[in-house]
Structure formats: structure tokens, C-alpha cells
Design a protein around this ligand. Structure first.
Ligand SMILES: Cc1cc2nc3c(=O)[nH]c(=O)nc-3n(C[C@H](O)[C@H](O)[C@H](O)COP(=O)(O)OP(=O)(O)OC[C@H]3O[C@@H](n4cnc5c(N)ncnc54)[C@H](O)[C@@H]3O)c2cc1C
Ligand code: FES
Length: 264
């Protein structure tokens, strides 16, 4: 992990609030693994506002051109700054951070479920799984059509996917959790990997409780340091013996056993 400055080679607006930045960085392209993230400085050269860096998953890696990308939703000051960056400008970031995703041994079929911007880290994982000859079924759920253009990125990786939106404006109308619930028999041999809003993760945890399905979750929390020193990103975990442990999402995660995460 190191502090780096990378040139933005493309800045794309996908919809009103959704943006993609493509950044030249041989270091990230060589060293980063799926599920890792970068901590981005979101202030101009002469400003310290906001002071804290903002974490973003690595969305894509193009090793041929040494370019990686970030897909992000505008939430507040930091992401508004990033949305205004243009091709040719320099992004200051630290990374790769967190632990990468290791493909579980003896698993050949994977169900990836992303809610909203939770699809971002799953795309690089999907690509990695496909490169390792695994079967991947991707399920994505959104509120509306904000992610409409994103489907073009997904199609480049795989064709076996289902998209749902709450208002029916993009993909099928409905919730991905309902689809999962109704298809449990089909997916009983799949390794699940989920990332998205807490409500969705909680829902999937309760659907899978008591069933012999392995599920991993990519967890997110507001972060200050991103390197394990501030304790800002602590997550409560209840292991199989019922013992409670506190884990840091930035250095112990972001990948955890979904069934061990305490949401209350
Ligand atoms: C490991 C990790 C990876 C992430 N990857 C992505 C990604 O790939 N794409 C993306 O769009 N976002 C991602 N996020 C969330 C992103 O970091 C926040 O949206 C961003 O920091 C908001 O900064 P801001 O200054 O624009 O908003 P702020 O002014 O800091 O906050 C605006 C609003 O966003 C909420 N918010 C802030 N941080 C988070 C957070 N970590 N999770 C949920 N809500 C938050 C605040 O509660 C507030 O309501 C990730 C977060 C983590 C921890
Ligand atoms: S963000 Fe500081 S300990 Fe995780």
C-alpha cells in the first residue's frame, strides 16, 4: 500500500448521480486484488476540506493499459469534488487497502448479489471468477434507472445476470431478495457473495439462516484512516461458538461471513 498520484484518463457521467473515473496506475493494476479499495483525497491542491480521504472499491482493472477505475455515487462534499474532476487531472489516493477476496476452495458456482452501488466491488470479483473458469450468476437490485448505463460494463464480463428495480424502470420490477428467496433450490450449491445496503444484507441473512448455503458479505462503514488505527469502522461479529468479536472492516475485511455479522 502506498500514497500515489495517478492521471485521470477518463471521467464518465453514467447518470445524474453516478460517475466513473479511470486512473492510470501501474502500481494498483499490478498489486490490487478484487474487494480491495483505495482511499481518495477529495480536496484540491490548496485545500484541506474535506480533511479525511474517502474510500472507494476498485471497480475494474485493465492490466494492458495500467488503468483501474472507480464507480461512485455522489453523496456529499467528497464525491461532489470527484464528480467534477476531468480527464488529465491528477487523483491522489492511498491503496490498495483491505484484504482481497480469495476464491473459496472446492467452490465452482457463485451467486453475486449487489444492491445499488454495492455492485461496484462485485464486478471485479466476477471478472476474477470468470478468469478462473467459475460459474457466475450476477443479481443486481436498484431503486430506479440510475444504473442503466452500468449494464454495459456488466455485459463485458458476463451474460448470466438478472437486474431488478423497485420502480420497474430498469430490468424486472421487484426486489432481488424475493428472487433469491424463490430460487433457493436452484442456488443451494452456490457460494453467495453480497454487497449493498444494510437492509438488504440483513434480509439475505435471514433468508439463508438455517440453510446450508455459504454466504460472504462485503461490508462498508464510514472510515477515517482506512489502515486500522482509528477504530472508526468496527463491526460486531458473532462466531460459530456464539463469541462476540470486534473486527475492523478496513484491515480485517471488507469480506466477512454474512451469517456471523451482527446487524443490531
Ligand atoms: C470500503 C468502502 C468502499 C466503498 N466503495 C464505494 C464505491 O465503490 N462507490 C461509492 O459510491 N461509494 C463507496 N463507498 C462509500 C463512499 O466512501 C461514501 O459514499 C463517501 O465516502 C461519501 O463521501 P462524501 O464526502 O461525498 O459524503 P459525506 O459528506 O461524507 O457523507 C454524505 C452521506 O453519505 C453517507 N456516507 C458516508 N460514508 C459512507 C459509507 N462508507 N457508507 C455508506 N454511507 C456513507 C453519510 O452518512 C452521509 O449521509 C465505500 C465505502 C467503504 C467504507
Ligand atoms: S477506518 Fe480507521 S480503523 Fe478502519
Amino acid at each position: 500500500m502506498k500514497v500515489q498520484k495517478g492521471e485521470i484518463v477518463a471521467a464518465r457521467k453514467y447518470s445524474e448521480n453516478l460517475y466513473k473515473l479511470e486512473i492510470f496506475s501501474p502500481y494498483i493494476c499490478k498489486n490490487a486484488r478484487p474487494a480491495q479499495f483505495v482511499n481518495v483525497r477529495c480536496a484540491g491542491f490548496e485545500s484541506n476540506d474535506p480533511l479525511l480521504r474517502r474510500p472507494f472499491c476498485i471497480y475494474e482493472i485493465d492490466k494492458k493499459f495500467n488503468v483501474f477505475s472507480i464507480l461512485f455515487i455522489v453523496k456529499g462534499k467528497g464525491t461532489a469534488y470527484m464528480a467534477n474532476l476531468e480527464k488529465g487531472e491528477i487523483l491522489d489516493f492511498v491503496g490498495p487497502l483491505g484484504n482481497g477476496f480469495n476464491i473459496p476452495e472446492n467452490k465452482n458456482k457463485f451467486l453475486l448479489l449487489g444492491g445499488g452501488i454495492g455492485v461496484a466491488p462485485l464486478c471485479l470479483i466476477a471478472q476474477n471468477l470468470i478468469e478462473n473458469n467459475k460459474t457466475v450468476h450476477f443479481v443486481a437490485g436498484f431503486k430506479d434507472e440510475t444504473f442503466y448505463v452500468w449494464e454495459r460494463d456488466l455485459i463485458k464480463i458476463l451474460r448470466d445476470y438478472r437486474i431488478f428495480s423497485e420502480n420497474g424502470a430498469f430490468g424486472e420490477k421487484g426486489l432481488p431478495s424475493e428472487y433469491i428467496y424463490n430460487s433457493l433450490d436452484t442456488f443451494k450449491e452456490y457460494q453467495f457473495l453480497v454487497c449493498g445496503p444494510l437492509e438488504m444484507l440483513k434480509n439475505i441473512q435471514s433468508i439463508l439462516r438455517g440453510r446450508k448455503i455459504n454466504a460472504l458479505a462485503l461490508m462498508e462503514e464510514k472510515m477515517a484512516c482506512g489502515i486500522g488505527t482509528c477504530m472508526g469502522c468496527v463491526l460486531r461479529i458473532k462466531n460459530k461458538n456464539g463469541d462476540i468479536q470486534y473486527k475492523k472492516i478496513c484491515t480485517d475485511g471488507p469480506v466477512f461471513d454474512l451469517m456471523e455479522v451482527c446487524f443490531d
